[in-house]
Design a binder for this molecule. Structure first.
Ligand SMILES: NC(=O)c1ccc[n+]([C@@H]2O[C@H](COP(=O)([O-])OP(=O)(O)OC[C@H]3O[C@@H](n4cnc5c(N)ncnc54)[C@H](OP(=O)(O)O)[C@@H]3O)[C@@H](O)[C@H]2O)c1
Length: 255
Protein backbone atom coordinates (compact mmCIF):
# COMPACT_ATOMS: atom_id res chain seq x y z
CA UNK A 1 0.00 0.00 0.00
CA UNK A 2 1.44 3.37 -0.93
CA UNK A 3 -1.43 5.83 -0.97
CA UNK A 4 -2.53 8.91 0.92
CA UNK A 5 -5.01 8.00 3.63
CA UNK A 6 -7.95 10.25 4.48
CA UNK A 7 -8.52 10.45 8.22
CA UNK A 8 -10.94 12.40 10.41
CA UNK A 9 -10.62 12.80 14.15
CA UNK A 10 -13.38 13.10 16.73
CA UNK A 11 -12.24 14.80 19.93
CA UNK A 12 -10.03 17.70 20.93
CA UNK A 13 -8.27 16.26 23.96
CA UNK A 14 -4.72 15.11 24.61
CA UNK A 15 -4.64 12.18 22.20
CA UNK A 16 -6.72 13.82 19.44
CA UNK A 17 -4.39 16.82 19.53
CA UNK A 18 -1.19 14.77 19.36
CA UNK A 19 -2.51 12.54 16.58
CA UNK A 20 -3.68 15.58 14.60
CA UNK A 21 -0.25 17.21 14.97
CA UNK A 22 1.35 14.07 13.50
CA UNK A 23 -1.20 13.72 10.70
CA UNK A 24 -1.02 17.31 9.42
CA UNK A 25 2.72 17.06 8.88
CA UNK A 26 2.69 13.59 7.32
CA UNK A 27 2.86 13.58 3.49
CA UNK A 28 0.85 10.34 3.19
CA UNK A 29 -1.95 11.39 5.53
CA UNK A 30 -4.71 13.85 4.75
CA UNK A 31 -6.49 15.07 7.85
CA UNK A 32 -9.92 15.60 6.33
CA UNK A 33 -11.94 16.92 9.30
CA UNK A 34 -11.88 17.32 13.07
CA UNK A 35 -15.04 17.26 15.18
CA UNK A 36 -15.56 18.30 18.79
CA UNK A 37 -18.60 19.36 20.85
CA UNK A 38 -16.75 22.57 21.68
CA UNK A 39 -15.08 23.64 18.45
CA UNK A 40 -13.14 26.45 20.16
CA UNK A 41 -10.81 23.71 21.47
CA UNK A 42 -9.75 22.93 17.88
CA UNK A 43 -8.43 26.43 17.03
CA UNK A 44 -4.86 25.09 16.67
CA UNK A 45 -5.94 23.17 13.56
CA UNK A 46 -8.12 25.82 11.90
CA UNK A 47 -5.72 26.41 9.04
CA UNK A 48 -4.77 22.73 8.63
CA UNK A 49 -8.16 21.01 8.36
CA UNK A 50 -11.92 21.53 8.34
CA UNK A 51 -13.29 21.97 11.85
CA UNK A 52 -16.88 20.82 12.45
CA UNK A 53 -19.21 20.92 15.44
CA UNK A 54 -21.99 18.98 13.78
CA UNK A 55 -21.66 15.28 13.04
CA UNK A 56 -23.99 15.48 10.03
CA UNK A 57 -21.15 17.30 8.22
CA UNK A 58 -18.75 14.33 8.49
CA UNK A 59 -17.48 13.35 5.03
CA UNK A 60 -16.69 9.77 3.94
CA UNK A 61 -13.05 8.96 4.74
CA UNK A 62 -10.80 5.90 5.09
CA UNK A 63 -10.64 6.07 8.88
CA UNK A 64 -12.49 7.99 11.60
CA UNK A 65 -10.65 8.07 14.92
CA UNK A 66 -12.84 8.60 17.98
CA UNK A 67 -10.65 9.92 20.79
CA UNK A 68 -13.02 10.93 23.55
CA UNK A 69 -13.71 10.06 27.18
CA UNK A 70 -13.78 6.26 27.68
CA UNK A 71 -17.21 6.11 29.33
CA UNK A 72 -19.02 7.65 26.37
CA UNK A 73 -17.28 5.93 23.41
CA UNK A 74 -19.90 3.17 23.01
CA UNK A 75 -22.92 5.46 23.17
CA UNK A 76 -21.29 8.11 21.01
CA UNK A 77 -20.41 5.56 18.32
CA UNK A 78 -24.14 4.85 17.79
CA UNK A 79 -24.35 8.26 16.13
CA UNK A 80 -21.91 6.97 13.49
CA UNK A 81 -23.58 3.58 12.97
CA UNK A 82 -24.80 4.51 9.48
CA UNK A 83 -21.31 5.37 8.16
CA UNK A 84 -19.26 3.09 5.89
CA UNK A 85 -15.85 4.34 7.03
CA UNK A 86 -13.62 2.30 9.33
CA UNK A 87 -14.22 3.69 12.82
CA UNK A 88 -11.68 3.17 15.60
CA UNK A 89 -11.20 4.37 19.15
CA UNK A 90 -7.94 5.09 21.00
CA UNK A 91 -8.72 3.62 24.41
CA UNK A 92 -6.74 1.06 26.40
CA UNK A 93 -9.69 -0.21 28.40
CA UNK A 94 -12.70 -0.11 26.06
CA UNK A 95 -13.28 -3.35 24.13
CA UNK A 96 -13.52 -3.07 20.36
CA UNK A 97 -17.00 -4.65 20.59
CA UNK A 98 -18.34 -1.60 22.40
CA UNK A 99 -18.21 0.35 19.13
CA UNK A 100 -21.71 0.23 17.61
CA UNK A 101 -20.59 0.66 14.00
CA UNK A 102 -20.25 -1.46 10.85
CA UNK A 103 -16.46 -1.49 10.43
CA UNK A 104 -14.72 -1.22 13.81
CA UNK A 105 -11.23 -1.24 15.22
CA UNK A 106 -8.81 0.15 17.79
CA UNK A 107 -5.81 2.42 17.37
CA UNK A 108 -4.13 2.63 20.79
CA UNK A 109 -0.95 4.68 21.08
CA UNK A 110 0.69 3.48 24.30
CA UNK A 111 2.15 6.59 25.88
CA UNK A 112 1.07 9.33 28.26
CA UNK A 113 -0.17 12.33 26.28
CA UNK A 114 -0.79 15.89 27.44
CA UNK A 115 -1.79 18.49 24.89
CA UNK A 116 0.41 21.07 26.69
CA UNK A 117 3.49 19.07 25.58
CA UNK A 118 4.21 20.38 22.09
CA UNK A 119 6.06 17.67 20.17
CA UNK A 120 6.11 13.91 20.71
CA UNK A 121 8.41 11.50 18.87
CA UNK A 122 5.88 8.93 17.68
CA UNK A 123 8.46 6.65 16.05
CA UNK A 124 9.18 4.87 19.36
CA UNK A 125 5.63 4.88 20.70
CA UNK A 126 4.03 1.41 20.46
CA UNK A 127 0.73 1.53 18.58
CA UNK A 128 -1.55 -1.41 19.38
CA UNK A 129 -4.17 -2.13 16.79
CA UNK A 130 -7.20 -4.38 16.38
CA UNK A 131 -9.91 -4.59 13.71
CA UNK A 132 -13.02 -6.63 13.04
CA UNK A 133 -12.14 -7.26 9.38
CA UNK A 134 -8.81 -8.40 7.86
CA UNK A 135 -8.62 -5.60 5.28
CA UNK A 136 -9.28 -3.00 7.96
CA UNK A 137 -6.47 -4.44 10.06
CA UNK A 138 -4.17 -4.01 7.04
CA UNK A 139 -5.30 -0.40 6.69
CA UNK A 140 -4.62 0.27 10.39
CA UNK A 141 -1.25 -1.45 10.11
CA UNK A 142 -0.41 0.88 7.25
CA UNK A 143 -1.54 4.06 9.06
CA UNK A 144 0.15 3.10 12.36
CA UNK A 145 3.32 2.19 10.44
CA UNK A 146 3.45 5.71 8.98
CA UNK A 147 3.85 7.04 12.54
CA UNK A 148 5.58 4.35 14.57
CA UNK A 149 8.25 1.67 14.18
CA UNK A 150 6.48 -0.45 16.79
CA UNK A 151 3.04 -1.57 15.62
CA UNK A 152 1.48 -4.69 17.11
CA UNK A 153 -1.84 -6.46 16.72
CA UNK A 154 -3.37 -7.37 20.09
CA UNK A 155 -6.89 -8.21 21.23
CA UNK A 156 -9.09 -6.25 23.65
CA UNK A 157 -8.16 -8.45 26.64
CA UNK A 158 -4.43 -7.99 26.00
CA UNK A 159 -4.93 -4.23 25.56
CA UNK A 160 -6.70 -4.07 28.93
CA UNK A 161 -3.77 -5.93 30.55
CA UNK A 162 -1.32 -3.53 28.91
CA UNK A 163 -3.29 -0.52 30.12
CA UNK A 164 -3.30 -1.87 33.69
CA UNK A 165 0.46 -2.46 33.40
CA UNK A 166 0.75 1.16 32.31
CA UNK A 167 -1.23 2.31 35.34
CA UNK A 168 1.24 0.49 37.62
CA UNK A 169 4.45 1.81 36.00
CA UNK A 170 3.20 5.29 35.26
CA UNK A 171 0.25 6.53 37.36
CA UNK A 172 1.10 4.61 40.54
CA UNK A 173 4.83 5.27 40.33
CA UNK A 174 4.07 8.96 39.89
CA UNK A 175 1.87 8.85 43.01
CA UNK A 176 4.80 7.26 44.86
CA UNK A 177 6.94 10.23 43.72
CA UNK A 178 4.33 12.51 45.29
CA UNK A 179 4.40 10.55 48.57
CA UNK A 180 8.20 10.68 48.64
CA UNK A 181 8.02 14.43 48.01
CA UNK A 182 5.77 14.83 51.08
CA UNK A 183 8.19 12.85 53.26
CA UNK A 184 11.18 14.89 52.08
CA UNK A 185 9.34 18.21 52.43
CA UNK A 186 8.46 17.48 56.06
CA UNK A 187 12.19 17.10 56.64
CA UNK A 188 13.25 20.21 54.68
CA UNK A 189 14.72 18.27 51.78
CA UNK A 190 14.29 18.96 48.07
CA UNK A 191 12.64 16.51 45.64
CA UNK A 192 15.63 17.28 43.36
CA UNK A 193 17.73 14.95 45.51
CA UNK A 194 15.61 12.01 44.27
CA UNK A 195 15.86 12.81 40.56
CA UNK A 196 19.15 10.97 39.78
CA UNK A 197 17.77 7.89 41.55
CA UNK A 198 14.49 8.09 39.61
CA UNK A 199 16.41 8.19 36.33
CA UNK A 200 18.75 5.34 37.27
CA UNK A 201 15.86 3.04 38.23
CA UNK A 202 14.07 3.82 34.95
CA UNK A 203 17.30 3.21 33.01
CA UNK A 204 18.11 -0.03 34.80
CA UNK A 205 14.89 -1.77 33.74
CA UNK A 206 15.75 -1.05 30.12
CA UNK A 207 18.50 -3.68 30.52
CA UNK A 208 17.55 -5.84 33.52
CA UNK A 209 14.24 -7.49 34.41
CA UNK A 210 12.38 -5.68 37.22
CA UNK A 211 12.96 -8.69 39.50
CA UNK A 212 16.74 -8.60 38.92
CA UNK A 213 16.87 -4.83 39.34
CA UNK A 214 15.11 -4.87 42.75
CA UNK A 215 17.19 -3.54 45.65
CA UNK A 216 16.35 -2.21 49.13
CA UNK A 217 15.52 -3.52 52.62
CA UNK A 218 12.56 -5.64 51.47
CA UNK A 219 14.51 -7.76 48.96
CA UNK A 220 17.22 -8.22 51.67
CA UNK A 221 14.41 -9.04 54.11
CA UNK A 222 16.11 -6.66 56.53
CA UNK A 223 13.50 -6.72 59.33
CA UNK A 224 15.07 -4.14 61.65
CA UNK A 225 15.39 -1.48 58.94
CA UNK A 226 11.85 -2.14 57.71
CA UNK A 227 10.52 -1.62 61.27
CA UNK A 228 12.62 1.57 61.65
CA UNK A 229 11.08 2.97 58.45
CA UNK A 230 7.56 2.07 59.58
CA UNK A 231 8.15 3.74 62.98
CA UNK A 232 9.43 6.86 61.21
CA UNK A 233 6.36 7.25 58.98
CA UNK A 234 3.53 9.19 60.68
CA UNK A 235 0.96 9.05 57.91
CA UNK A 236 -1.14 5.87 58.24
CA UNK A 237 -1.73 5.60 54.48
CA UNK A 238 2.00 5.86 53.81
CA UNK A 239 2.61 3.11 56.39
CA UNK A 240 0.02 0.95 54.57
CA UNK A 241 1.58 1.54 51.15
CA UNK A 242 5.04 0.76 52.57
CA UNK A 243 3.77 -2.48 54.15
CA UNK A 244 1.84 -3.70 51.07
CA UNK A 245 4.78 -3.18 48.73
CA UNK A 246 7.31 -4.60 51.21
CA UNK A 247 5.19 -7.74 51.75
CA UNK A 248 4.84 -8.16 48.01
CA UNK A 249 8.61 -7.97 47.50
CA UNK A 250 9.26 -10.41 50.39
CA UNK A 251 6.64 -12.82 48.94
CA UNK A 252 8.63 -13.02 45.70
CA UNK A 253 11.65 -14.23 47.74
CA UNK A 254 9.64 -17.30 48.78
CA UNK A 255 8.96 -18.36 45.17
N1 LIG B 1 -4.14 10.88 27.62
C1 LIG B 1 -3.44 9.78 27.45
O1 LIG B 1 -2.28 9.70 27.89
C2 LIG B 1 -4.02 8.61 26.68
C3 LIG B 1 -3.13 7.66 26.13
C4 LIG B 1 -3.64 6.64 25.33
C5 LIG B 1 -5.01 6.55 25.12
N2 LIG B 1 -5.86 7.47 25.68
C6 LIG B 1 -7.29 7.35 25.37
O2 LIG B 1 -7.63 8.34 24.39
C7 LIG B 1 -8.99 8.81 24.60
C8 LIG B 1 -8.98 10.30 24.84
O3 LIG B 1 -8.21 10.58 25.98
P1 LIG B 1 -7.66 12.06 26.24
O4 LIG B 1 -6.70 11.98 27.38
O5 LIG B 1 -7.25 12.67 24.95
O6 LIG B 1 -9.02 12.76 26.75
P2 LIG B 1 -9.28 14.28 27.15
O7 LIG B 1 -8.06 15.10 26.91
O8 LIG B 1 -9.88 14.27 28.50
O9 LIG B 1 -10.38 14.74 26.08
C9 LIG B 1 -11.67 14.22 26.19
C10 LIG B 1 -12.42 14.44 24.89
O10 LIG B 1 -13.66 13.74 25.04
C11 LIG B 1 -14.71 14.61 24.66
N3 LIG B 1 -15.93 14.25 25.38
C12 LIG B 1 -16.10 14.08 26.71
N4 LIG B 1 -17.38 13.72 26.98
C13 LIG B 1 -18.03 13.67 25.77
C14 LIG B 1 -19.35 13.37 25.38
N5 LIG B 1 -20.31 13.04 26.28
N6 LIG B 1 -19.65 13.41 24.05
C15 LIG B 1 -18.71 13.73 23.13
N7 LIG B 1 -17.43 14.03 23.44
C16 LIG B 1 -17.09 13.99 24.74
C17 LIG B 1 -14.22 16.00 25.06
O11 LIG B 1 -14.98 16.96 24.37
P3 LIG B 1 -15.15 18.47 24.94
O12 LIG B 1 -13.85 19.17 24.64
O13 LIG B 1 -16.28 18.98 24.13
O14 LIG B 1 -15.41 18.34 26.41
C18 LIG B 1 -12.76 15.90 24.58
O15 LIG B 1 -12.66 16.13 23.20
C19 LIG B 1 -9.52 7.98 25.77
O16 LIG B 1 -10.17 6.86 25.26
C20 LIG B 1 -8.25 7.57 26.53
O17 LIG B 1 -8.42 6.39 27.28
C21 LIG B 1 -5.39 8.50 26.45
Amino acid sequence: MDKAVNISIIGAGNVATHLARQFVKHPQIHLQQMYNRHIDKLKEFESATEIIGNLSRLKPVDVIIISIKDDVIGDFSKKLSGLDSLIVHTSGSVAMGELQVKRKGVFYPFQTFSRQVKEMDFSAIPILIEAKYKDDLKLLQYVAGLLSENVQVINSQQRLALHIGGVFVSNFVNRLYAEANLILKENNLSFDLLKPLILEVANKVQKLTPATAQTGPAIRNDGQIIQKHLDFLKDEKQKEIYKILTDRIIDTLKK
